[in-house]
Design a binder for this molecule. Sequence first.
Ligand SMILES: [Zn+2]
Length: 288
Amino acid sequence: MLNGGAEATPTGAESAYVDARQLTFRFADSDDADGAYLAPVSRWAARATSPGRVVRIPACGRSLEEIRLEQAVAAHLPPGHGLRLALTDNHYNIVAVRRDPSTYVVRIHRIFAGAEPRLVRAVARYVVHNDRRASGVLGEFIERHEHIISRTPRRPRLVKLRAAGRVYDLQDIFDRLNQQYFEGTLRAQITWGPAVFRAQQRSIKMGSFSVEDRIIRVHPALDRAEVPLFFVEWIVFHEMLHGRHEIRRSGRRRCFHPPEFLAQEREFANYQRASTWEKENVDRLFGR
Ligand SMILES: [Zn+2]
């Protein structure tokens, strides 16, 4: 993302489901700064950490296969620890674990229903220790079942994309930059973002890239004739680079703009012009 002022905390979880799915095995590091959830990018995890939204797994109405898997995994847990396990159809987070003091809360894809003993043991080891070898076993199993995961029904499309603005058509800009800088290979969707103006906002996000559904959002304040085309291109280009460069982790920190990202950013034809324009105009643009 690119902000006027300080870099804000990105939220991949704000995005809704769309056609462009990404099948990933999201085993985040156990030292994750976001808290106890191993899958900080899931919508579920995001909900669970936001106030007033409590996720409960109903005691009744559970499927037999869910109860069976829960019992099988629970048999391998250390004494004094409970387990709540739910089977899901979540394409993004195949296995998510929350480690509460006395309970493990596990959400796991339906492909694990009826898992053989070796796999059940690996799940338990992963739940308890975040064991590297166990996650290897799980990863292999998930890879072999990708065809099933990708066949499960998709969530309804909730995001409305609006690339054509009053002044600028973001799709035109995206397509042109894609040809010029990415040999037309970058896959992402683009839209003008919702108009959110907050008086007290210390930083304004001019663009964002949602890793989960690969949607670039551009702040609608840039859809004005007084904003030069090269500047809108610059914002779009920056977010497109997020589609090329993975977020790096080093310990507790996440690095959104690693050195190779910044190097490629400087290849932008109007790099100097755009950063100068930003410095001189961004406050006025956002009425600060
Ligand atoms: Zn960025």
